[in-house]
Ligand binder design. Structure first.
Ligand SMILES: Nc1ncnc2c1ncn2[C@@H]1O[C@H](COP(=O)(O)OP(=O)(O)OP(=O)(O)O)[C@@H](O)[C@H]1O
Ligand SMILES: [Mg+2]
Length: 282
């Protein structure tokens, strides 16, 4: 069982090696990289390529580790008891399974479990999952039973590096950083999204895009997903490739620049560049 990429997702050789190493070691794969470089999509594509059921756990600042295991819905039980419902007697009716439990329980098939954006949670969150991810089991106090993974799921964990992860957690993972795609990889990614696109448009869009990324001091560099969106808009607007070819960032902002530049400081930075250019020459 090897991950070799999919027709919708361009995986570099390094990334494929990392995915397969994590699968072979049966360790979670920790994926880092700039926003929009395909971290989340990777997990979905692995599940699709290997034909496995997928469970997704999106982490927020308020998420606690226990929610991935299970939650006991005491409020529902209280309400039912007031209504005299029969099911109140069995506490199991009020145990709500989390995504880890669902993935562990996947009967016939090994599942893929995505823990998305782990760095959004509290600093203790990764530490609270050490044992569960290591042993792939946990104890349900209310039911007095241990839930153990029938097949160890393939666990993909993504992070945008907003917080450092603890060493003990890192030790348990296989790590891969998705480097920002070089032009040849980016070309492949664009081809996957727009198979019949005019090459000239791609060349010009990529030139402008990589030039913007090189502007020093940008708060938010546009990434793969933004380039994909921008090209989409250029095509919708029937962009004139000869106009794009002439476009010089030091003279004007690119059309539909809202797809690429995501805050006023960056727009200002590029506009200043333009003024600086004029001062130099006039
Ligand atoms: N290697 C790739 N192959 C195909 N499409 C890609 C690739 N990388 C990025 N994309 C495109 O970029 C979009 C964003 O990818 P995704 O949501 O997985 O990024 P991310 O790294 O999880 O970003 P964030 O950190 O913001 O969550 C995808 O929906 C896809 O259109
Ligand atoms: Mg993501």
């Amino acid at each position: 069982m090897q991950f070799t990429g999919t027709e919708n997702y361009v995986a570099t050789e390094e990334l494929k090696v990392a995915v397969n190493a994590a699968i072979a070691l049966q360790k979670p794969l920790l994926i880092k990289g700039e926003p929009g470089t395909g971290k989340t999509m990777l997990a979905f594509e692995i599940a699709k390529a290997l034909n496995k059921p997928m469970y997704t756990w999106h982490i927020k600042s308020t998420t606690v580790a226990q929610q991935g295991l299970y939650e006991y819905d005491a409020v529902a039980r209280l309400r039912d008891s007031q209504l005299g419902e029969e099911k109140v007697k069995d506490i199991a009716n009020y145990i709500v399974k989390g995504q880890l439990w669902n993935a562990f329980e996947s009967e016939t098939e090994q599942a893929v479990l995505l823990i998305d954006e782990i760095d959004k949670a509290d600093i203790e969150f990764p530490n609270d999952l050490l044992l569960e991810l290591d042993k792939m089991e946990f104890f349900v106090y209310e039911l007095q039973k241990t839930i153990k993974a029938k097949n160890r799921p393939i666990v993909i964990i993504t992070s945008n590096n907003e917080k450092e992860l603890p060493d003990a957690f890192l030790r348990r993972c296989f790590f891969h950083y998705i480097r920002f795609p070089e032009k040849s990889t980016m070309q492949e990614i664009i081809d996957v999204h727009y198979p019949n696109i005019e090459q000239k448009l791609v060349d010009e869009a990529m030139r402008i895009f990589y030039n913007i990324r090189e502007v020093k001091g940008l708060k938010k560099k546009p990434s793969t997903s933004e380039l994909i969106d921008w090209i989409h808009l250029l095509r919708l607007g029937g962009a004139d490739t000869s106009e794009l070819e002439k476009l010089d960032l030091s003279e004007e902002l690119p059309p539909q620049s809202g797809a690429l530049l995501k805050n006023e400081q960056d727009i200002e930075l590029l506009t200043k560049m333009k003024k600086g250019y004029q001062r130099k020459f006039y």
